[in-house]
Design a protein around this ligand. Structure first.
Ligand code: DGY
Length: 331
């Protein structure tokens, strides 16, 4: 029996070539429902190459057994996978950490500047014929120099944004991060503070926490009301970290000045009213969307899949303990 890999969406080069050298590859071509994905895996798949929108639930994992041995994600985030269920079923989960740090930090910086300086709003005004020449008080925004950036979640991407913000002359605070000291180059240049204080003091709040039960709606109505009326919220993490309906009210009613969003609570749908908020810059989940980054992610995704097919723990594995007793025998 030859090995079988299922990709839900086509992957960029070099993934197709690397996967084809190791297995028979089938590409579904769309994001399946939970029932559809379960049916696909039940037909006999050794490794699923999944997108962050694919629902890798307990039911889906069960449908893939006994043959399914790995899910290789084309993303660093894995909040769409039931990791505990996968580990219990000896299914290893690969992902793509590290390689999208700079691309995502660039995106956060872009959203921050665009929202603070009202660039997208200005673009819309200009296209609509509303630009009649420079005027002293036309479309004023927030100075970044000396402004305080509050980074919520001080991991790789949060730290990369901090470096960019320091280069722009901003001050940087971060919400305490498991007590770990900042990396050497940021030591003494960033201040740790509790989230509540950070929300109240920051001119820009940028979110960089993974989505989990602990971070779902971390930025809720109370958190938004704690922010300054002049503040900007940036989210390149996961949409559900923010209560998006509360955010629409915050933007409409002026609890905060603006938002720069790359992710949404119920992607690709947006909360009612968000599109009408001219003080929101809305990007379509572009954080890792550069040619080089996506190609590197594709290589990692394929290498993780091929390792699992060959009985090795994927080089970038979320749950290596699933194979603590060695890889399951090929079926
Ligand atoms: C990820 O990988 O988790 C990003 O959200 C998209 O590339």
């Amino acid at each position: 029996m030859s090995r079988a890999v299922l990709c839900t969406l086509p992957l960029p080069a070099p993934a197709p070539e690397r996967l084809a050298a190791a297995a028979e590859v089938r590409v579904l071509g769309h994001i399946p429902t939970e029932a559809e994905l379960a049916a696909e895996l039940a037909a006999g798949v050794d490794v699923l190459c999944a997108q962050l929108r694919d629902p890798v639930t307990t039911a889906v994992l069960d449908a893939g057994l006994p043959r399914l041995r790995a899910v290789s994600l084309f993303s660093v985030g894995y909040d769409n996978v039931d990791i505990a269920a996968a580990t219990a079923r000896r299914v290893v989960i690969g992902h793509t950490p590290g390689v999208l740090t700079d691309a995502t930090a660039d995106c956060a910086l872009g959203l921050m500047i665009a929202a603070a300086r009202r660039l997208c709003e200005g673009d819309a005004v200009t296209r609509a014929g509303g630009f009649h020449g420079i005027e002293p008080e036309f479309m004023l925004g927030l100075d970044l120099r000396d402004a305080l950036l509050g980074v919520v979640g001080f991991g790789r991407i949060g730290q990369a944004l901090a470096r960019r913000a320091l280069a722009c002359g901003m001050r940087v605070a971060h919400s305490e991060h498991g007590g770990a000291p900042p990396p050497v180059d940021l030591d003494g240049r960033v201040t740790a503070m509790p989230l509540e204080r950070l929300l109240g003091e920051a001119d820009v709040v940028s979110l960089h926490v993974p989505l989990s039960d602990a971070t779902r709606h971390l930025i809720d109505e109370a958190a938004l009301r704690r922010m300054k009326p002049t503040a900007v919220l940036v989210n390149t993490a996961r949409g559900a970290v923010v209560d998006e309906r509360a955010l629409v009210r915050a933007l409409r009613e002026g609890w905060i000045a603006a938002a720069g969003l790359d992710v949404y609570e119920d992607e690709p749908r947006l909360a009612p009213g968000l599109v009408e908020c001219r003080n929101a810059v809305l990007a379509p989940h572009l954080g890792s969307a550069t040619v080089r980054t996506r190609s590197t992610m594709a290589a990692m995704c394929a290498d993780n899949a091929v390792a699992a097919l060959q009985g090795r723990v994927p080089p970038h594995c979320v749950n290596p303990s699933a194979w603590a007793e060695g890889a399951p025998p090929p079926r």
